[in-house]
Design a protein around this ligand. Structure first.
Ligand code: FAD
Length: 417
């Protein structure tokens, strides 16, 4: 793998940037692999990388129907955090944040990782109680969450001029999650792809999986049918974000998932005005300022189930109105782009990283806030595929919880995904 550094940048500048080697290959598609991963998003590529790096399994094909990193990994608002509610969830996200911190070095790729901290603007007592619960629970698992008073909140977020005592929902307090960060989303996909390819993993773009294939004698998985022909493997992982059920439906496997649209939009670039991630859970909006100066803004998922990837007008208006309640000066901002993505959300709003009842078939799904989870999601799924046993961090995320009605209810703990 070509090393990226200030020296290689200077050297390549001298030759007009004509001599960079390709970041990953486009090899011919073979007939058989040890493992097929469906979906070259963050989770699929991270899984391929950790399979090769941690378990020495390199005869792996990642099949992607579009282009690498063109799904939700390219569509999210890049918030990385671990302030979850449940004992089962927090250690997993703490691990993911930790892995993110070292990823630029590990993958030799500038992820533009920036630790910003996230501040919740709390406007109702139920939310304050719920966040305080998260604070105590986070404390037990090494995820810090601290209360600040309104004056300090306004000092840290200067454009936050709404939410005064006369307003519909006056601000009560702020809660700070210091380890929250942002990083460049495309770079996460590209860096994992480059490092996986370097270890022998094959990434096949424009290769759509149309059907899962089962052995006619014992029913185990034995490959996939794609738009480029049949490819065989004894282990297949479905890692396709919002489209999991479209794939598992092809063998009649029902999963407790529903697909929803989540959207976001960005303003024109302005001078630095906010250096933290701001989350306003009571009114359903969150934002941060990108390195380019744009405000990156998101709201809650659209309540109606769908596979759409655009943005519904009323969802967009709700998010804008909410934002203007607290940040009235932003009404002068011009918005530049808006977009959406399809997420699948499990019935208890907790991810699924699991074997299925079909031998050899694995799923990683339910990632409605799954950008932050990419490193730990890939790390633990690789462990599961390689050893056929759950990693301790994702043991609670197995499908068995639905059989035992042992739900991990994370729903409603936050707006920021
Ligand atoms: C607007 C928005 C904002 C978000 N903000 C955040 C945030 O701030 N923080 C956070 O943690 N998370 C956030 N998320 C969620 C996060 O983006 C996703 O949970 C995460 O990216 C999903 O994992 P992934 O990267 O593997 O998915 P994807 O990048 O979607 O990868 C799945 C891949 O599978 C491919 N695929 C689908 N079907 C097939 C098929 N049949 N054959 C072959 N390939 C197939 C797709 O083309 C896609 O490339 C946000 C999502 C959206 C939409």
């Amino acid at each position: 793998m070509q090393s990226y550094s200030i020296f290689s940048l200077a050297r390549n500048a001298l030759s007009g940037h004509q001599n960079w080697s390709k970041a990953w290959r486009s090899p011919p598609l073979k007939k058989r692999y040890d493992v097929i991963i469906i979906g070259a998003g963050g989770h699929g590529l991270a899984t391929a990388y950790y399979l090769a790096k941690n378990h020495g399994i390199t005869n792996v094909a990642v099949l992607e129907k579009g282009w690498l990193g063109g799904g939700n990994i390219a569509r999210n608002t890049v918030t990385i955090r671990s302030n979850y509610m449940r004992d089962e969830s927090i250690p997993f996200y703490v691990k993911s944040v930790k892995l993110y911190e070292g990823l630029t070095k590990e993958l030799n790729y500038n992820l533009m990782y920036s630790k910003r901290s996230m501040i919740d603007v709390v406007q109702t007592y139920p939310k304050l109680r719920e966040i305080k619960r998260r604070m105590f629970n986070g404390d037990l698992h090494g995820s810090a969450y601290e209360r600040i008073e309104v004056d300090e909140l306004r000092r840290r977020i200067p454009p936050l001029t709404g939410g005064g005592p006369e307003s519909r929902l006056p601000i009560l307090a702020g809660m700070v999650h210091p380890s929250a960060a942002v990083c460049r989303h495309d770079a996460v996909a590209w860096s994992y792809a480059r490092a996986a390819d370097d270890r022998g993993v094959e990434i096949h773009q424009n290769t759509e999986v149309l059907q899962l294939l089962r052995d006619s004698t014992d029913g185990s998985i034995n490959g996939v049918e794609t738009n480029r022909g049949t490819v065989y493997a004894d282990k297949v992982a479905v890692v396709v974000s919002g489209h999991t059920t479209s794939i598992t439906d092809t063998i009649g496997l029902k999963l407790p998932l529903k697909s929803f649209n989540l959207s976001a939009f960005v303003s024109e670039p302005v001078k630095p005005i906010i250096d933290v991630i701001v989350n306003c859970p009571d009114i359903g909006v969150y934002l941060n300022q990108s390195d380019k100066g744009e405000l990156v803004i998101g709201g809650a998922p659209d309540a109606g189930q769908s596979f759409r990837r655009d943005i519904k007008q009323q969802v967009f208006e709700d998010a804008v109105c909410s934002m203007l309640e607290l940040f009235p000066s932003f009404k002068r901002l011009k918005l530049m782009r808006q977009w959406g993505g399809t997420l699948d959300i499990a019935h208890d709003a907790t991810p699924i990283v699991s074997q299925t009842d079909v031998q050899g078939l694995y799923v990683s799904a339910g990632w409605w806030g799954g950008f932050k989870a990419v490193p730990a999601g890939g790390y633990t799924l690789a462990h599961l595929i390689a050893k056929n046993e759950q990693h301790e961090l994702t043991a609670p995320f197995s499908l068995n919880r639905f059989k035992r009605l042992d739900f991990i209810l994370e729903a409603g703990t936050t707006t920021a995904t």
